[in-house]
Design a protein around this ligand. Structure first.
Ligand code: HEC
Length: 209
């Protein structure tokens, strides 16, 4: 009798575990397809308000508004999101954070979302973070940028790794620690192209601006 009693709960337990695994799989599937109907989105009184929240929480100003991090995020709206004349230079070339107010002004909401979904290009723009947002949230960002209004000039076009920038730029490349330049070969080792795949084409040796 005792054998029968102890055997009964096992299939039950397995069924519970299986059901749990299935539920987890479903949740995972939803999270992996943020563009779908069930994608999460930010709720606010208006799309513009949701967009303002997403832009601020998403740190878009860090790159698209010069001086934003230094100001502690306190620059007035009139000075925000007009792109940066200072490039980011790395193995990908030199890229310039775009004037998002002009980009949004030139595109309708649907075109804006399609443009973002179609792009996956150069660093340090975190395209993967934008791609993780639902269409509704991307449209909310568009609505907010439209509310800020078209202002400023378009950013410089990006240039390739072999081209010399004509603007100031921020170098995005690992620099060996001081110990390495003083001849400590152990410290130097991680900065070699073999040891660090982030260094491509010897960009670590590039002179600072
Ligand atoms: C770490 C810096 C950085 C951050 C943070 C950042 N961007 Fe960018 N962004 C860039 C750079 C650089 C480019 C230009 C990329 C290129 O030329 O390939 C760019 C380009 C873009 C473009 C293309 C616009 C066009 O018209 O070409 C969009 C849209 C964009 N960013 C939106 C955003 C949004 C929305 C956020 C916040 C969620 C954000 N970015 C955060 C650096 C950044």
């Amino acid at each position: 009798m005792s054998a029968t009693r102890s055997a009964t709960p096992i299939p039950t337990l397995l069924a519970v575990v299986a059901a749990g695994a299935l539920a987890t799989a479903c949740v995972g599937a939803r999270a992996e397809t943020p563009a779908g109907g069930e994608a999460p989105y930010v709720e606010a009184r208006t799309p513009e308000e949701a967009g303002a929240y997403l832009v601020r929480a998403g740190s878009c100003d860090d790159c698209h508004t010069p001086g934003w991090p230094e100001s502690g995020g306190t620059l007035p709206d009139g000075e925000r999101l007009m792109g940066s004349p200072v490039g980011f230079r790395g193995p990908w070339g030199t890229t310039y954070p775009a004037n998002l107010r002009l980009s949004a002004a030139h595109l309708g909401a649907k075109e804006w979302v399609a443009m973002i979904r179609a792009r996956n290009d150069r660093p340090p723009m975190p395209w993967f973070s934008l791609h993780a947002m639902s269409d509704r949230d991307l449209a909310a960002i568009h609505a907010y940028l439209r509310k800020l209004g078209a202002k400023g000039r378009p950013a410089e076009p990006a240039i390739g790794p072999d081209q010399e920038p004509t603007t100031p730029y921020i170098l995005f490349a690992p620099v060996p620690p001081k110990a390495a330049s003083a001849g400590n070969t152990q410290a130097k080792a991680p900065a070699s192209a073999d040891a660090n795949p982030a260094i491509v084409g010897g960009h670590v040796a590039m002179a600072m601006p």
